[in-house]
Design a protein around this ligand. Structure first.
Ligand SMILES: Nc1nc2c(ncn2[C@@H]2O[C@H](COP(=O)(O)OP(=O)(O)OP(=O)(O)O)[C@@H](O)[C@H]2O)c(=O)[nH]1
Ligand SMILES: [Mg+2]
Length: 388
């Protein structure tokens, strides 16, 4: 599998902070803000791993080995991690369990089986259009006499689901700019898992040697700021925050300026949860996005929508309205552990064609997985296949 992000190791330019400060007066009011240093702060004076690579590249007389090293670093994930993904995805009542129960009990493919299959697909959070397309593929294969036994039908469904998951027309990996911070603006409705996912994503960047600044753009509740600070401490990154109730755009403007001044690799901006149907709150989000661009014209590089996969079809409506407002570039699907039906992932990929970057499979820091359609389908199907 490819890495979950890539970055060219170009020399960083000094940020234009003076210009940024001048721009601030145009659109935002000043706020009192703080940067919380994490308890276990990474040593700032030490060159970052990326910078180390640059230095080594300059001093070494031998040819640059970096390109060859990449595949070695991306060796197969430990089997235990894959197993955990499987366990979280294949709980009782999921699409695959229900398919298995159906197929294992039948010897031939008949109308009764196809009717039962239709029931399962329609109630599997796939959405009617996606379920019907899946069912039609199955029916076509049966008509063409390509299939003789029910388990083969399961293979058709598996292949079609994989095709849906691969429908995004953009690569799933994040592409960090050659210079300057990579800015991620995280949006979504209330309680979907934005702040938690930000903590997990920050941890992934830190583990891969990138410096990160979190910006507490959810100023509505003091608890929201505290929650982000707890994640900052846990992960070992700074958190920039303003006062509760202050203008979120203003805090975010200052936060981005801070990240530029500190020359961090990644800035992740938390925003308050908002209903996709609230025109005012969506306007506020548009303003936030504009304000981020005042400091760094190319930012935000990623507008990440977090969707709670237990919310079913509503997640698709959320994605459409958030996309219209701020242009979503990537998705994180949370809460795929527990009660989720899994089918929602196929529907989201098919309907939206926006890359799914990550999936959340629990509340802990390492419960966030890079989304890989092949791995996802393998995890869904493999366990049940070995039983069958
Ligand atoms: N089981 C499970 N729980 C999750 C996952 N991601 C987040 N949660 C939980 O969902 C709840 C809400 O998460 P938050 O990160 O606070 O959600 P939010 O979108 O920031 O919420 P608001 O800021 O209030 O809009 C918390 O209890 C998280 O622990 C996940 O992948 N699986
Ligand atoms: Mg939050």
């Amino acid at each position: 599998m490819l890495g979950w992000f890539k970055k060219k190791f170009a020399k960083k330019e000094e940020p234009q902070i003076e210009e940024a400060v001048a721009l601030q007066e145009e659109e935002t009011a000043p706020v009192e803000s703080t940067v919380t240093e994490p308890v276990a702060l990474a040593t700032k004076e030490e060159p970052k791993p990326t910078q180390k690579k640059e230095q080594e590249a300059k001093t070494e007389t031998e040819p640059e080995p970096e390109q060859e090293q990449e595949p070695e670093q991306e060796q197969k994930k430990p089997r235990s991690m894959f197993k955990r993904l499987q366990e979280r995805l294949t709980t009782r009542g999921t699409l695959i369990h229900r398919l298995d129960t159906l197929f294992l009990g039948k010897k031939t493919i008949d109308h009764e089986l196809l009717d039962e299959l239709e029931d399962i697909l329609i109630t599997a959070d796939l959405g009617v259009a996606t379920a019907m397309e899946l069912l039609n593929s199955a029916r076509d294969s049966v008509k063409r006499n390509e299939l003789s036994d029910p388990m083969a039908l399961k293979g058709v469904i598996r292949d079609k689901l994989l095709a849906f998951l691969q429908e995004s027309d953009q690569p799933a990996e994040l592409v960090l700019p050659e210079s300057g911070p990579f800015v991620i603006m995280v949006v979504g409705v209330n309680g979907v898992g934005k702040t938690t996912s930000i903590g997990k994503i920050a941890a992934k960047f830190v583990n891969d040697g990138q410096s990160v600044l979190l910006v507490a753009g959810d100023t509505f509740r003091a608890a929201a700021i505290d929650q982000l600070k707890i994640w900052g401490d846990r992960v070992g990154v700074d958190v920039f925050s303003g006062k509760p109730q202050s203008d979120p755009s203003s805090v975010i403007f200052d936060g981005v300026a801070k990240g530029l001044a500190q020359n961090v690799d990644v800035i992740i901006i938390d925003t308050a949860g908002r209903l996709h149907t609230s025109a005012n709150l969506m306007e506020e989000l548009k303003k936030i996005k504009r304000v981020i661009g005042k400091n760094l014209a190319t930012a935000p590089h990623e507008v990440m929508l977090v969707l709670d996969s237990t919310t079913g079809q509503n997640a698709v409506s959320q994605a459409k309205l958030f996309n219209e407002a701020v242009g979503i570039t990537g998705l994180t699907l949370t809460k795929l552990d527990g009660t989720a039906k899994g089918g929602i992932v196929a529907n989201i990929c098919r309907e939206l064609k926006i890359p799914v970057r990550f999936i959340g499979i629990g509340e802990q820091v390492d419960d966030l997985r890079d989304f890989d359609p092949n791995e996802f389908i393998e995890a869904l199907f493999q366990k049940t296949e070995t039983r069958g």
